[in-house]
Design a protein around this ligand. Sequence first.
Ligand code: B12
Ligand code: SF4
Length: 532
Amino acid sequence: MRKLRIGVIDLVTRQPTRALWARVMHANLASIMPQVVATWCEEQGNDVTFVCYTGFENLVDELPNDVDIVFIGAFTQAAQLSYALSNLFRSKGAITVIGGPHARCYPEDAQKYFDYVLGFTDKETIRNVLEDCTPNRPIGVRMAASQQPTTLPGVRERWKFIEMTLQKAPLIKIVPMIGSLGCPYTCSFCTDSVIPYQQMSFDVIKEDLRFLLQKFKRPRIGWHDPNFGVRFDDYMDAIEDAVPPGSTDFIAESSLSLLSEPHLKRLNQNGFKAILPGIESWYDMGNKSKTGRRTGLEKVHHVSDHINTILKYIPYVQTNFVFGLDVDEGAEPFELTKRFLNMAPGAFPAYSLLSAFGEAAPLNLEYQRDNRIVPVPFHFLNNNHAMNVKPKHYSWPAFYDHLVDVSKHSFSWPAITKRYKTIKATIPRWMNVLRAVSSEGFGRIKYHTSMRQHLETDRHLRRYFELETDELPQFYVDRVRQDLGPLWEWLPEGALHHDPYAYLKSESEKAQSTAPLNLESIEAGQKADSSA
Ligand code: B12
Ligand code: SF4
């Protein structure tokens, strides 16, 4: 195979920025897979230029002009940016490849703008792309491994790319690690609800932890495991075996069901400083929060007690919620969230708007079948800037009224002060303040309030959200143009639009060609329901 000049781009964000939060944190939100792809490409003897785009770089200048092939890792919010980039690189003669959440969720759309669209990606997949490396236009080729990779290069192998990324993080440097893929739980809205849980090598983890102690006085590690600590004792044994207790700080996303008091003690001893459990809903997802059939106020009491216990051991707790689920009705879910915050004032609340990311989760078929998908441009699909499922039990203005109200309550000065006073550790308490006064707190209140007003005053926007027209509101076009800046010129014609029913159509086609396969079995998922 000839030696190739390869570009690998990790799109952490979708637009240029100068915000303080972005300066401090964006490089810490980098993905693992682009680093993995860069490592595999180098291993195969190619020249690799790696760029993690945090919003401060000039993307076009950072890559050499004469790359043969460019890999882009993109979340859906960066889809339009990635399409414009792909067009630009193709104009210079390069082959383009997209992988990551967007490629997994909207493969048919991505095929229109990339030569290769990758699903599950292992070393073999990358080798196949590099061997093939031909233009596939107008429709790109889809490639995927049959399952998630069983091993990935660890920190030591990815170090070159980690180091150059973390040079962009001025204050806090968080190294991304992963030890497991998939999840035993079956939260219907989640992309991992149908991906079997799989633990990766503890030997690699141990080696990486030791390696990082040579690189940092006190390493900070962000675990990217979708649900950290499913094999809790084995994980803790590995950490305890590798590094002295408390020598390394850890951050992880973990379900409440895994955070019992004995587990919390052990996490505390091992330096876990931040934990991000998903509460999601006061009426659903009882398994993962270990609240069983308890719902409503009863669940609020139970969960707030649990969160306060967690806060005794872990200084930073972010609780994740999803608003707009079909189980929600009236003011109650929002009022209960406010009650929860009063009862667990130290938790930082993160609110997601129900988002059906293409074929991310089987539940999306249901929304598509019920014609409830608003074709909001990808650029706004990041759980915060738009909800693309018409709510079952709310009018749009009523939904936004509740959302603005709960956001104002959560990021009011009394709530910020109470959160600050409840947390004693310096970095976590100030981190909470910074997040509240920046784009996540105040910024979100401003954005949701303006959306609420637009829904009232902009008739076209309202009709669009009511699914009465699919003509894109000017508001969205202007915003994408502004965010893409000079790259707007490279956005291919039609690339602001997508087929919101592509998943349903492709499943129906599959069902027809492989009858008697039935959609119910797809929706039920391939895993047995786990109620651990
Ligand atoms: C860990 C995680 C994070 C971490 C790390 C993010 C990161 N940069 O990787 C943090 C907390 C920072 C985060 C932030 C966000 N996240 Co997040 N996150 C996850 C989570 C829990 C696990 C993803 C993961 O790393 N899996 C392990 C990897 C190895 O597996 P994988 O993702 O399946 O990837 C496979 C393939 O897609 C492919 N691949 C992946 N990347 C690439 C790149 C290239 C170049 C190639 C070739 C292949 C390839 O190879 C992998 C192996 O087969 C998922 C939910 C889930 N359960 O999967 C959400 C998820 C990915 N996040 C999501 C979202 C929306 C966000 C945010 C936009 C939220 C927000 N508003 O801030 C931000 C965006 C951050 C960013 N960098 O752009 C959505 C994405 C949906 C979408 N289509 O865009 C998901 C799916 C959750 C959901 N809501 O359903 N997230
Ligand atoms: S526990 Fe988390 S990762 Fe697992 S299925 Fe539920 S939302 Fe997804």
